[in-house]
Design a protein around this ligand. Structure first.
Ligand SMILES: Nc1nc2c(ncn2[C@@H]2O[C@H](COP(=O)(O)OP(=O)(O)OP(=O)(O)O)[C@@H](O)[C@H]2O)c(=O)[nH]1
Ligand SMILES: [Mg+2]
Length: 445
C-alpha cells in the first residue's frame, strides 16, 4: 500500500491502492504559510559561481512568493551530479544537520530532481524536498484564478509528475530486487494511476483547446476591425502590470512579488495621433522556466505571439538586469518571436542608478517609470510611431463597377491620391499588413 501511495502523491486524484481501498489524495505538496524552508543552491564546477548565487537568491524570492519562510541556505558546487541524491553524500549529511538545527520542515533544491533523488534525499534529510520546478508550479497553483489558469497549472503539474512516477517506480523495483517481468500488485496500481493521469491529461488538453479556439476568435475579430495590438512581456516583477495600468488607466493587480500575474488581460489604449490599439499583459518569465509550464501555458502565450508589437519590459533597477534581459531574449527565440517588432521599455528608472542607462544597447528603447509616470508620454509616442511604421505604400486599382468601394477604403485608411485609369480608378494609400490582407484583391503594387 505504501508503494501505491508514493506514486500518486500530490495528484489530487482518487485512486485505489493495491489492497483495494480508496484513497482521497491531496493536491500537490504545497508550501504552507510560513513553513520553515532551507534553500540549497547547486551547480557544476564548470558554471560561474556568481550565477549559482544569483539563482539561489531568486529561489529565496520564489519561496517567499510561495508563502514560505527561508531559515537557511547552502551552496554546493560539484564536479558532476550524483545520480542517487544529486548532491554529494557529505553535503546531504550537512543538510540533515541544518534541518535539525533550524527545525526546517522543507528543503528546496535549485535544480530539477528525479523521483528517486527526491525520495533518497527525503529519507536522508528527514524533511520534505521540493525542486525548483515544483516550487514554481506550486506558486502557479496558488495564484491561478480563472478556469483556464487552473487547467493550465494542473496540466503542468501532471506533465511534471509523470516522469517522476516512472523514475520512482523503477527505483523501487530495483530496490526490491525485481526487474522486467516481475509484476507485483503495486505495479498494477501504478499502471492504473498512470492510465488515469494520461486520461486526465487528454481531458485537460481538450478543454484548453476549446479555450484556445475562443481566444483565437476574439483575436480574429480584433483583426477584422484592424486594431493594432501590443503585448507586454518580460521578466517577472519587472513592472508589466504596473505599466498596463499606467498606459490604459486600468487597475490590474501589481505586486512586489514574482508571478503576480498569471492570466492575460487585454485593455484598450489611446495613443497620440494613432488609431486605437490594445495592450495585453501576461505571465512573466524567469530563468529555468519549467518546460511543462511553457507547454501548458501555450494558449496564454499565443496572446503575445499574435501581437503586432512586443513591449519588452526590463527592470532597470535590478542588479541582475543584464542576465534577465538574456533570459527573456532566449525565450523570445524559443517561441520564435524574434522577427516581431520589439520596443524595449526600461522601467523603474526612478530607483535605478543613472549610469545604468549607458549599459543599454537595445533599440528602439525608452526609459520610464510606471510608478511616477516619467517617460510614459515618450513610450506612447514610440508605440504610435511603431504602428505607423508598420504601414507600407500601396497602389490599388478599382474597376468601374467597384468604384463605390473607394468610399470604404477612405474609412479604413487615408487615401493619399486618386488617378483615373482605363475602365477604373487607381488609389494610393498607406496600409498595415492586416489592412493589406483585407484589400488584397484590389492591390496592384
Ligand atoms: N520604484 C518603482 N517600482 C515599480 C515601478 N513599476 C513597478 N514597480 C513595482 O514593482 C513591483 C512589480 O510590479 P508588477 O507590475 O506587478 O510587475 P509584473 O512585471 O507585472 O510582475 P509579474 O506579474 O509578477 O510577472 C511592484 O511592487 C510595483 O509597485 C517603477 O517604475 N518604479
Ligand atoms: Mg504582472
Amino acid at each position: 500500500m505504501k508503494l501505491a501511495r508514493l506514486f500518486v502523491w500530490g495528484l489530487g486524484l482518487q485512486t485505489r491502492t493495491s489492497e483495494g481501498e480508496t484513497l482521497e489524495l491531496t493536491q500537490t505538496p504545497r508550501l504552507k504559510n510560513n513553513e520553515r524552508t532551507l534553500v540549497i543552491g547547486v551547480g557544476l564546477k564548470s558554471e560561474p559561481v556568481g550565477e549559482i548565487k544569483e539563482n539561489l537568491l531568486e529561489l529565496e524570492e520564489l519561496v517567499v512568493a510561495a508563502g514560505g519562510e527561508v531559515v537557511g541556505s547552502l551552496i554546493q558546487v560539484l564536479p558532476q551530479w550524483n545520480p542517487s541524491t544529486l548532491i554529494g553524500t557529505g553535503k546531504v549529511e550537512e543538510i540533515a544537520e541544518m534541518v535539525r538545527d533550524s527545525a526546517a520542515q522543507i528543503v528546496v533544491v535549485d535544480h530539477q530532481l528525479s523521483g528517486v533523488q527526491t525520495r533518497n534525499l527525503e529519507s536522508a534529510i528527514k524533511a520534505r524536498v521540493l525542486d525548483r520546478n515544483q516550487l514554481i508550479l506550486d506558486i502557479f497553483a496558488q495564484r491561478a484564478q480563472t478556469f483556464e489558469g487552473k487547467l493550465q497549472v494542473e496540466l503542468a503539474q501532471l506533465l511534471d509528475q509523470m516522469p517522476r512516477m516512472v523514475d520512482a517506480w523503477m527505483g523501487s523495483l530495483s530496490r526490491q530486487g525485481g526487474g522486467i517481468g516481475t509484476r507485483g500488485p503495486g505495479e498494477k496500481a501504478i499502471e492504473n494511476d498512470r492510465r488515469r493521469i494520461r486520461e486526465r491529461v487528454a481531458l485537460i488538453k481538450k478543454k484548453l483547446e476549446t479555450v484556445r479556439k475562443s481566444r483565437a476568435q476574439h483575436r480574429s475579430s480584433r483583426r477584422r476591425h484592424e486594431i493594432p495590438s501590443f503585448a507586454l512581456i518580460g521578466y517577472t516583477n519587472s513592472g508589466k502590470s504596473s505599466l498596463l495600468n499606467r498606459l490604459t488607466g486600468s487597475q490590474v493587480m501589481a505586486k512586489n512579488q514574482v508571478f503576480a500575474t498569471l492570466d492575460p488581460t487585454t485593455r484598450k489604449i489611446f495613443l497620440p495621433d494613432g488609431p486605437p490599439a490594445v495592450v495585453t499583459d501576461t505571465v512573466g518569465f524567469i530563468r529555468k522556466l519549467p518546460t511543462n509550464l511553457i507547454e501548458a501555458f501555450k494558449a496564454t502565450l499565443e496572446e503575445s505571439a499574435e501581437a503586432d508589437i512586443l513591449l519588452h519590459v526590463v527592470d532597470l533597477s535590478s542588479p541582475n538586469m543584464l542576465r534577465q534581459i538574456e533570459v527573456v531574449e532566449e525565450l523570445i527565440e524559443e517561441f520564435n518571436w524574434q522577427d516581431k517588432k520589439i520596443i524595449h521599455v526600461f522601467n523603474k528608472m526612478d530607483v535605478a542608478p543613472v549610469e545604468r542607462q549607458f549599459q543599454i544597447r537595445q533599440f528602439p528603447r525608452v526609459f520610464v517609470s510606471a510608478l511616477t509616470g516619467q517617460g510614459i508620454e515618450q513610450l506612447k509616442r514610440l508605440m504610435a510611431d511603431s504602428i505607423n511604421e508598420m504601414q507600407t505604400d500601396v497602389q490599388l486599382y478599382f474597376p468601374r463597377t467597384h468604384e463605390h468601394k473607394i468610399f470604404d477604403l477612405s474609412r479604413d485608411t487615408k487615401v493619399i491620391r486618386k488617378e483615373s485609369a482605363t475602365e477604373g480608378t487607381i488609389c494610393y494609400a498607406q496600409m498595415t499588413p492586416a489592412l493589406m490582407n483585407r484589400w488584397r484583391e484590389y492591390i496592384v503594387k
